[in-house]
Design a protein around this ligand. Sequence first.
Ligand SMILES: Nc1ncnc2c1ncn2[C@@H]1O[C@H](COP(=O)(O)OP(=O)(O)OP(=O)(O)O)[C@@H](O)[C@H]1O
Ligand SMILES: [Mg+2]
Length: 254
Amino acid sequence: MGEINVITGRGGTGKSTFTALFARYVYAKPLLLIDLDPDESLAKMLGVDLEKEGKDSISEALSRIIEKGRKSRGKDDSPDLLRRMMEEEKIIYRDRKFDLITLGTKFAPGCYCLPDEMIKETIRNIQAHYEMILVDSPAGLEHLNRKVTPEINDLFVLLDPSEKSAKHIERIKYVTKGVNIHYQHFYLVGNYRFSDEIETYLLRSGEKYLGRIAYDPLVRERNLKGESLLKIPEDSPSSLSVKKILQEAGYVLV
Ligand SMILES: Nc1ncnc2c1ncn2[C@@H]1O[C@H](COP(=O)(O)OP(=O)(O)OP(=O)(O)O)[C@@H](O)[C@H]1O
Ligand SMILES: [Mg+2]
């Protein structure tokens, strides 16, 4: 059964950038990436244009299922259609190094209950096919409440150098405990704006602090242009620091 590793943190801390570089440097075959963020930015960072590839997010697929169901006056069976779509490779993008599934933007007002249920079922169905599943999360804690991944191997918390980030650590522990999410390891990662001062504080906090991601103008530039992070040089500051962080957590690198 593939291990599930989740990247979480406050808004704009660098979660998706870290996820993309994680995917690039970790040795895991086969590897599945899941983007839970409705802004769907991970695909771009991986150089993937899902629309051009003819792929749907889970929410888009559901929207289509419901529309079809309406047209056939409720004769369609949603879970079955989802399975059919999986077989048709409609919601899964396959690359040489990884596969990618995105949750997408919800199609109707209200909660994410139905798309969440669908992605949970999808993970249950395909987890055994992967050595590793990496999950990029939306900002904040809401996604934890939704309990899309109740059993996590490594939980990575991306931190910016603010007091709120320090409080965020406690909030994550509180929420995961409250909703019964289990994790094997709880890892803290400093983002590219980290200071020595907050690093010293975290090193004394008793939590496992893996290090910080270096500021990298190339990352900024590529993200601004919507270009892939998979081709930035292996010895760039972001690459070197992410590789160091992954090694610190005990991962084998490519
Ligand atoms: N190592 C880095 N060096 C320079 N800029 C970076 C680095 N990592 C991330 N950034 C920049 O920080 C911004 C936020 O990054 P990213 O989108 O990865 O964060 P996020 O936590 O996924 O955001 P969101 O909460 O919106 O999902 C982007 O403009 C990105 O280019
Ligand atoms: Mg993101």
